[in-house]
Design a protein around this ligand. Sequence first.
Ligand code: SF4
Length: 360
Amino acid sequence: MKDVEKGRKEGVPGVEGVVVDGRVWGKPLVRLSRPAPLMGTVFIGVIDRGTNVLQVRPTTLCNLSCIFCSVDAGPSSRWRQAEFIIDDVEWLVTWVEEIARYKGVRVEALIDGVGEPTTYPRLVELIRRLKESPWVESVALETHGQSLDERVVREWERAGLDRINLSIDTLDAMKAKMLTGVEWYDLERVKKLAEFIARETRIDLHVTPVWIPGVNDEDVPQVVKWAVEIGAGKRWPPATVQKFLEHRHGRKPPGVREIPWNVFWRRLREWSRELGVNLIPSMEEWGMRYARKVPEIYREGDVIRVVLVAPGWLKREVLAVSADSKRLVTVVGLKRWNPGDEIDVVVLRSKDNIYVARPA
Ligand code: SF4
């Protein structure tokens, strides 16, 4: 990304594979590579939630400022204190393969994240390497589409990308600028590219508007209708609707409240009937199935030794590597710390191999 300033590379004493290299939007940019573990946080690396889909998160960067962003991404972020990127594509693919091997299934590698995956400079290489792996059945990518052009899409197609999950939240150009929080978001261009993907490439298109109650109630069904009309859903369902989620550290448009799940599902059933499109596809329709989950290594209450390596992605958090080098761990509640400090921590949260801990 153009906004990345080059700075002095600062390695972490005693820890290989973690380097703070320059700044982006005034925040440190932390680069991960072999042999740093690529599992353990929600924001970078690989997440296994017990199905044949693995979430692959190569970067936290995003160049939009969506006003509803539940992960507070982009230049206008208030809660983030650092951004992260995985430099080493081979290492990331190795983690995907090792996890898939343990699960005993060929997986879908879903490239997503707490940022915009298309900002990842080595995305084509990542898609190609994932697609070449005998452990990967399909490769999908989530995007808001702001950085696409036909040449890029063709590169992804040649690299073997199977599906693009495109988030378009309205068909109104001005509203799209308002929702994405940037004047330069060009909805017409994104729509044309969506049509190009659906009609002229082998890549499937799946459209995923976020429903923000009271803000785009009329827009969501229009987006779904448009998705079907342009030919989305060659192999997977053409569209699903995402729920607006309120997070403590997320962004929320003024006056908007998160609705209960039963209200959300009821509205989706109504839209499905009205539009003749199933907006609540089953796991089978998605090609999803349960698959053995990589067991958590540490349990809540365990005391483990970690090495502090970098600021965490959110304020008042620190990223650590477990002393056995098996997982990343987010440490909260530290007043002072230095890169390379080794401390004991108590695990507070342990779910899906995502760990949060505090000093013991
Ligand atoms: S919703 Fe997605 S595209 Fe929008 S700011 Fe957040 S991470 Fe970026």
